[in-house]
Design a protein around this ligand. Structure first.
Ligand SMILES: Nc1ncnc2c1ncn2[C@@H]1O[C@H](COP(=O)(O)OP(=O)(O)OP(=O)(O)O)[C@@H](O)[C@H]1O
Ligand SMILES: [Mg+2]
Length: 296
């Protein structure tokens, strides 16, 4: 794109973000949690969306709540830089500073239950390619059970604190399954992307997650069917979901594209393909929908 065209795109994107009240100089940010069965594409989708929001003039904060911690690499962080990342749950000094207790050193009585974690992104966040901010949580120990250990108390506070930052889109990638998808993780998330492929097992997980997300009070729960190869796949998904499809606010269908495997684990090459592949076009529709519901 010529320079003038690119400049115009940037100005339009920034104007759109401000109009929606979430971009630079705008109002309250919004938070999206991404969940689903193992290997369905959660990390790929979270990383690509973070870049798409960044390109629209938003501050995108990508939170990796999967103990496997591969979101930074999907965003495009190099292996060398990735090695520098110390996940929050392993920042023992920070946990102690904030909660008054050191993990593993006896806990309970002295724990501060509402630590102020507002500084967490500034202190431990990494800025990745495209200006995407990244926060790696580390191992979330059974957050759903409400365990009062220092790590979980801090993670709870972090999840809470990052809702308070203005002008940001927070996208949280989670580990496979829904067991961890408890009250503390869902708290404050206005939207969930439930990612599946057309398989029965993955669809069973999203059905369960959708019911759970509704129970937890997440207002907008969207279905993202990834790796779709045919109309037959779509029919199959509709058949398996049956009336449960009504649990979802919006539905998205991302095609299978073997070029994604070629650029694995990073998504950056995908963003510069020309013409934009259908996968990317549908992702842009997801971004627009999240933006629309996020600031309502
Ligand atoms: N639409 C697609 N077409 C082809 N390959 C895809 C597609 N979406 C994702 N992939 C590939 O599938 C693999 C798994 O994707 P990804 O790691 O994003 O899944 P995940 O749900 O985060 O997995 P996990 O549960 O292990 O965290 C990656 O190699 C990715 O490149
Ligand atoms: Mg993943």
């Amino acid at each position: 794109m010529p320079d003038a065209g690119r400049q115009r795109e940037k100005v339009l994107a920034a104007a759109r973000a401000i109009r929606h009240g979430a971009g630079p100089g705008g109002g309250q940010g919004f938070r999206v949690v991404v969940t689903g069965k193992g290997g369905v594409g959660k990390t790929t989708i979270t990383a690509a969306l973070a870049h798409l929001f960044g390109r629209e003039g938003y501050t995108a904060l990508a939170v990796d709540a999967d103990p496997q911690m591969n979101l930074p690499f999907a965003i495009g962080v190099s292996t060398d830089r990735g090695e520098e990342i110390v996940p929050l749950t392993e920042n023992l000094d920070y946990i102690e500073e904030k909660t008054g207790a050191r993990p593993g050193a006896g806990w309970g009585l002295m724990l501060k239950l509402n630590p102020d974690a507002a500084d967490v992104v500034d202190r431990f966040g990494m800025t990745g390619p495209g200006g995407v901010k990244i926060l790696v949580m580390g191992t979330v120990v059974q957050a759903a059970t409400g365990c009062l250990c220092p790590e979980n108390t801090l993670l709870d506070a972090v999840v809470h604190a990052i809702t308070l930052r203005k002008g940001e889109v927070i996208l949280m990638d989670t580990q496979a399954g829904v067991e961890h998808f408890g009250r503390s993780l869902a708290k404050g998330f206005g939207q969930a992307l439930l990612v599946t492929d057309p398989s029965f097992n993955a669809l069973t997980v999203v059905k369960h997650a959708a019911a759970l997300a509704r129970e937890l009070g997440i207002p907008h729960v969207h279905l993202v069917v990834n790796r779709v190869r045919s109309d037959r796949d779509r029919e199959r998904v509709r058949e398996i979901l049956g009336s449960d499809i009504a649990l979802f606010t919006e539905q998205f269908w991302l095609p299978y594209d073997e070029r994604l495997l070629a650029c694995d684990p990073g998504v950056l090459p995908l963003l510069s393909w020309s013409p934009p592949p259908p996968f990317l076009q549908e992702l842009a529709r997801i971004r627009d929908t999240l933006e629309k519901f996020g600031t309502r």
